[in-house]
Design a protein. Sequence first.
Length: 500
Amino acid sequence: MCEDERHIGRRTLVVTGAAAALTLGSVTFASAADGETETRTIRGTLPTGSPDFVYVPVEVPSGVREIKVAYTYDRPAVPAGTPGNALDIGIFDERGTELGGEGFRGWSGGARSEFFIRADDATPGYVPGPVRAGTWSIALGPYTVAPQGLSYEITITLTYGEPGEVARPVYPPGRAMGRGRAWYRGDCHLHSWYSDGRRTPAEIGALARAAGLDFINTSEHNTHAAHAHWADVAGDDLLVLLGEEITTRNGHVVALGTDPGTFVDWRYRARDNRFGRFARRIRRAGGLVVPAHPHATCVGCGWRFGFGEADAVEVWNGPYTPDDEVALADWDSMLVASAREGRDWIPAMGNSDAHRDPDVVGSPQTVVLADDLTREAIQEGIRAGRSYIAESSKVSLDFTAVGGKGEHAGIGGRLRAAADTPVTVRLEVTGAPRCTVRFVTDEGVLFTSAPLPVAGSGVVEWRTTPAYAAYVRAELRHETAAGPLPGALAALTNPIFLGR
């Protein structure tokens, strides 16, 4: 065993962008006989103000069957309100650490204390494949650093021998047995044990079916390693889309329905002006760009990249909370601007972001009007805003607007009528007992119904004109327990636009 002390003294680290990184001195190994192992242990300390990423080069000789990395770091007590230590980890192979990820071989964030890679297998979150000779790089991500600094220890073990056989990945199909043009229910933000979740893909698939879902999207943090592990979960009754949750230090974005094996890098901040490049990467791979929980309060979760690249935005994430209310209000402000300036609008989505028990898969869920149960059809429905969000499969909506001469439009559509044309807005609801219906326009909430009956079904109508309302969207709210604030959402529609 070789031990190496590495301290980033007391010098100041100037961070000029999220791509700013520190590369330490190399860890070297000598070749050994088949079946033998070699281990190196290094220790170091990171101060506050460290770059977003610290790379530890590892010189890997030829003849290595497996690389294994384990790490620990200290967690000193800190004053209330002061971030403590949190250190993420991943690895890049001999192809390098260039932004874009050609050398990417895996990331577990802070979810695991060790991982391994070999040709025929790897720790969840890591990509199996040959351990080729060259300079590999362990990537440390000091997510937060306590005032006392962050002391770490990394142990690297190489096992020598013939590599195993590389398995050919099998991916889920891009089509399931649909019902033609119909409403399909999905949850597009889910985590398995391939990142920081605790459920297997099979367990998530069973929960998705129990929740009445027709489609799901995989969205592991900063890794595509799960893509090859969902084929057995998909079936005629469940479409499995593949994606990633790109977890930057300035917000998270879901890549929804990318081509199998697509990796999207996350090592940048808003000030680096690189998000557009990776949004285009998502689209070139056939995916949608969906900023996730844009007003979440966790460190690094708040969205800072703007919405110019967004195909949709997640306004409801898991159990409805105050940050979802802020996201909803922010989205509505964007709708107002779009309506008044005559530009494109961004549809809303809702997803569970389920990680482990008791997180509920499919609560909420996005219900999409699509031509079939295929990747392309579901994405087209989401992109067009032909969707609504429901807290569960018990809630169903039919939302329409009809003009005086029989003009008709549904969710995500436009009722083309003169400014003074009488318009009847109609919402038919099932599965929402004692909920209140609110019709929201560019002028705010212009109609609130009495609570629906205990049976949960009802029809609510409201009359307006395009001059009075540039768009109308519907909210179903649970009864308010106390105070002037509206109750938690039970459902939310994308808007119907009115006027020419």
